[in-house]
Design a protein around this ligand. Structure first.
Ligand code: SAM
Ligand code: SF4
Length: 335
């Protein structure tokens, strides 16, 4: 593994060792918090990174100190060339994870095993079939649930992501945590974040403190154990004593973790975003296709990173539609 080079260090001395790569803007679900009902304008297929371009870009990042790559989207597992992408990335000195809606896990599980992909995050926002259909606009609850069990049976390290929305699924927080009594998974509650076209409203968000209030109301203080968070972890981790799994809260809205941020994001059309909330992007795919070095443009993008949430450093700014609508929808950023 190469040592971290200066090109991935920003002006606040944060070192970036984690790259999230979106493989596609397409998806087999239509989650309301992620994309507008009318869909997002898709870029032509010729503008989407090929597996070879993904590999070349990823290699430049690992050569400069990236040690973790997470594949996301859209839905990363709908790419037909996913086995080749995994094979190529698995040849790099990097830990690979995937964030998926879980629908096609049963079809891909042997490929995941073959390339030793252990860390899988599956999104599941409700344990109720009708509500699943309401939030995802599709009817795949049973498939996703069974595929989570399949991953656990096969020894994967499974995290389940749930975006909490007030009066929709906040009454399921304890049910989610109770799932971790027998299942060795980490349930991660994500504060609902604003992106272009997702009808965000601060009033719909369930905050870290509201979640913990529900937890502390249901379980005695002695039963709720605070776990050690991993370095650069975006989540605060807990376990109910005696439970096999754990739960965590990702509080990007009320308690951002920008100080220790080590992440960069690459969109499926090869644009580098230095922050999930950034309004600007750097086109590294075009430079790569011109046969030039992409390192200078990566360095410039990293140096341009704001201290907090793409410059939206207060909750007031985050609530300003003019500011967060300059960003893409989550589906085309790659969450
Ligand atoms: N399709 C895959 C999936 O659903 O896991 C990967 C892409 S999805 C954009 C990645 C993550 O972003 C998911 O866990 C999803 O719940 C989360 N996400 C999408 N929109 C969000 C929002 N507005 N606020 C918080 N999290 C969001
Ligand atoms: Fe698709 Fe994931 Fe977005 Fe849902 S959250 S629409 S599954 S990309």
């Amino acid at each position: 593994m190469k040592k971290q080079t200066p090109i991935l260090t920003d002006s606040f001395k944060r070192k970036h060792s984690y790259l999230r790569i979106s493989l596609t803007e397409r998806c087999n679900l239509r989650c309301t918090y992620c994309m507008p009902a009318e869909g997002v304008p898709l870029v032509p297929r010729s503008h989407i990174m090929t597996y070879d371009e993904i590999y070349k870009i990823a290699k430049t990042f690992t050569d400069n100190g990236v040690t973790k790559i997470r594949l996301t989207g859209g839905e990363p597992l709908i790419r037909k060339d996913i086995p080749v992408i995994l094979e190529k990335l698995a040849s790099l000195p990097v830990e690979i994870g995937i964030t998926t809606n879980g629908i096609t896990i049963d079809k891909q599980i042997e490929t995941l095993k073959q390339f030793n992909i252990k860390n899988i995050n599956v999104s599941l926002d409700t344990l109720n079939e009708a509500k699943f259909k309401e939030i995802t606009r599709r009817n795949h609850f049973e498939k996703v649930y069974q595929n989570i069990l399949l991953l656990v049976e096969n020894g994967f390290d499974v995290k389940i992501n749930a975006v909490l929305i007030k009066d929709f699924n906040d009454n399921e927080i304890i049910d989610f945590i109770e799932m971790t009594k027998k299942l060795p998974v980490s349930f991660r509650f994500i504060e609902f974040m604003p992106f272009d076209g997702n009808k965000w409203d601060l009033k719909k968000m369930v905050s870290y403190s509201e979640i913990m209030k529900k937890v502390n109301h249901h379980y005695s203080e002695a039963k709720v154990e605070r776990l050690q968070d991993a370095e650069n972890d975006t989540s605060k981790n807990y376990r109910i004593k005696g439970f096999k799994g754990s739960f965590a809260i990702i509080s990007s809205v009320t308690n951002p973790f920008c100080d220790s941020c080590n992440r960069l994001r690459l969109t499926a059309d090869g644009k580098l975003k230095n922050c999930l909330f950034s309004a600007t992007e750097s086109d590294i795919l075009t430079i790569l296709r011109e046969g030039k070095s992409i390192e200078p443009i990566i360095q410039k993008a990293v140096l341009g990173k704001f201290k907090i949430r793409g410059g939206m450093d207060t909750l007031e700014k985050l609530q300003e539609p003019d500011l967060h609508s300059k960003n893409r929808s989550m589906i085309s950023i790659g969450g």
